[in-house]
Design a protein around this ligand. Structure first.
Ligand SMILES: NC(=O)c1ccc[n+]([C@@H]2O[C@H](COP(=O)([O-])OP(=O)(O)OC[C@H]3O[C@@H](n4cnc5c(N)ncnc54)[C@H](OP(=O)(O)O)[C@@H]3O)[C@@H](O)[C@H]2O)c1
Length: 168
């Protein structure tokens, strides 16, 4: 099965798993257990920078290994394995200085901010309508072009590229 292109240094990529009804989370965790998607996430993000919100960090149970972990939070303090950034822009600036690929890994507010700056978006579409409390933000087909869609067995893998509107 083809895999998405590896991240380039400085490339900004949204990566998310999304149910048919837009759900991404429930009670602080994922509403599904899809091992193949977890493997894909690990393979793509390894050795790069990951930017996440505080709840997402809490759901992981610790820093992601072999990645630069940036956690956006006004309340948390940095600790071994993570750097806390007080806002989205501060996290992005820090990531850009690191010279690796930059993955936005959730949750909802991080994705919402990332939609305005990311170059690429990798979505695992998980079949089924899930109950949940956290949703992927809406985005427009005038801003994002679907460039590939593959059946991976347990999910559909979609890759989108950002369409940059000329600034007037
Ligand atoms: N399906 C997927 O691919 C996927 C991916 C990631 C997460 N999830 C799920 O989504 C849920 C967690 O997402 P969530 O949306 O509830 O929370 P989240 O974005 O992970 O964390 C929210 C917290 O991050 C901080 N934060 C976010 N944006 C900020 C900003 N611009 N400036 C400063 N701080 C900011 C705040 O922390 P402070 O309160 O400390 O200031 C905020 O309370 C879980 O259920 C998780 O499992 C799913």
């Amino acid at each position: 099965m083809d895999s998405p292109q590896p991240a380039q240094a400085g490339e900004k990529i949204i990566i998310a798993a999304v149910g048919e009804n837009g759900v991404i989370g429930r009670d602080g965790n994922l509403p599904w257990d899809v091992a193949a998607d977890r493997r894909l996430f690990r393979r793509l993000t390894l050795a790069h920078t990951v930017i996440m919100g505080r709840h997402t960090f809490a759901s992981l149970g610790g820093p992601l290994d072999e990645r630069l972990n940036l956690v956006v939070s006004r309340s948390l303090d940095s600790r071994p394995g993570i750097t806390v950034c007080r806002g989205f822009s501060a996290a992005l600036a820090q990531a850009e200085g690191a010279g690796r690929g930059i993955f936005f890994i959730g949750g909802a507010e991080i994705y919402r901010r990332a939609l305005a700056v990311a170059d690429r978006m990798i979505l695992s579409r998980i079949p089924g309508k899930f109950s949940g409390d956290t949703f992927f933000p809406p985005f427009s087909s005038s801003d994002w072009r679907l460039v590939s869609e593959q059946d991976q067995g347990d999910f559909i893998l979609q890759v989108y590229l950002a369409i940059r509107q000329p600034k007037s």
